[in-house]
Design a protein around this ligand. Structure first.
Ligand SMILES: Nc1ncnc2c1ncn2[C@@H]1O[C@H](COP(=O)(O)OP(=O)(O)OP(=O)(O)O)[C@@H](O)[C@H]1O
Length: 323
């Protein structure tokens, strides 16, 4: 299968007064063409840092200490800023939780959709036609009239549809969806998920879908990566990971409330204990301080163990390991 996005050994540090905060450690991730890969993890596990690293839009105190990020084989880490600017919005685009993050409140929707197409050598009329067509495809009623509307004239659900239309207008290779349904009520959430599925099939892009909602991930994604404290701790086909979680952290997320997987609005449960201090993370397994199964061996770092072919977990006890 061709990989659209490949993240290999990605390690990101933030300079802080307490020392280097290790926000991502040795993260591997692949998003194959035409697939939807989910990322789930509690607050602080490194989701935003990962998105910023994929876009190469890091805060000033951030540093990629190791690893690589490639889009269809092209390295993004250290790529010239002009090349990265060209790729953002065209090859990689993002839908955020709050659509106003990507919409400009003082410009009409039509103007913003024209601006996205600035590199296209097509007539103004054709740009308008493509913009209206995309607004229609994301389910906005009266798309031509919507081109003249300002973002504040639309409802929250409509604004998110416009943000999605803008994100896919240039038919990106990779769409990053960062909690795109979290601010919406349950009915709208279902509609947006169905829309993303439909667009993905139509455009054939790869989608990296970040969410706190286990149910949404289960509904939408082909594969899921579970992150904990800056590490990818388990990955596999969604059904395998959620039916037979093999990392104690994933198991805890699901175990805390088995009913929650049935509702799309299910949020991550609170797991007792705190995330480790990432300026001085524990040696060995990153989860051992909160893990019921922790044993002496967990003082050494686990490498990913295969559970089944495409399902692995970073735990000494996974995949028939020592019990
Ligand atoms: N600019 C920064 N400087 C220092 N530390 C940071 C910075 N940005 C994030 N961090 C730290 O890096 C770690 C990962 O943060 P990140 O925002 O990537 O997590 P997250 O999973 O996106 O959380 P949330 O869901 O709350 O947004 C956290 O410990 C956070 O405090």
């Amino acid at each position: 299968m061709t990989e659209t996005l490949t993240v290999d050994g990605l390690t990101v540090h933030y300079a802080t007064r307490e020392g280097a905060l290790q926000a991502l450690r040795d993260v591997d991730l692949n998003v194959p063409a035409g697939q939807i890969v989910g990322i789930v993890g509690e607050s602080g596990c490194g989701k935003s840092t990962l998105i910023n690293a994929l876009l190469q839009l890091m805060s000033e105190n951030a540093r990629i200490a190791a690893g690589s990020v490639t889009l269809e084989g092209e390295e993004l880490v250290g790529a010239p800023s002009r090349r990265l600017r060209d790729m953002r919005g065209r090859d990689i685009s993002v839908v955020f939780q709050d659509p106003m993050t990507s919409l400009n409140p003082v410009l009409t929707i039509g103007r913003q959709m024209h601006d996205i197409q600035y590199r296209e050598k097509i007539s103004r009329a054709e740009k308008t036609r493509r913009a209206a067509d995309m607004l229609g495809r994301v389910g906005l009623p009266d798309p031509v009239a919507k081109l003249d509307a300002y973002p504040h004239e639309l409802s929250g659900g409509q604004r998110q549809r416009v943000a999605i239309a803008m994100a896919v207008l240039m038919r990106p290779k990779l769409l990053i969806a960062d909690e795109p349904t979290t601010a919406l009520d349950a009915t709208l959430e279902v509609q947006i998920i169905d829309l993303l599925k439909e667009l993905q099939r139509e455009i054939g892009c790869a989608i990296l879908f970040i969410s706190h909602h286990l149910g949404v991930i289960a509904e939408l994604c082909d594969r899921v990566v579970v992150m904990y404290a800056g590490e990818a701790v388990e990955e596999g086909p969604v059904a395998d990971v959620f039916n037979t979680p093999s990392h104690p952290y994933t198991a805890k997320l699901i175990e805390c409330d088995p009913g929650r997987m049935k509702t799309k609005a299910a949020l991550l449960p609170a797991i007792p204990g705190d995330l480790p201090d990432l300026t001085a993370p524990p040696t060995g397994c990153i989860f051992r301080d909160r893990c019921d199964k922790a044993a002496e061996i967990c003082r050494t770092s686990p490498t990913p163990s295969a559970v089944t072919g495409a399902h692995w977990a970073r735990c000494h006890f996974a995949g028939g390991g020592r019990q």
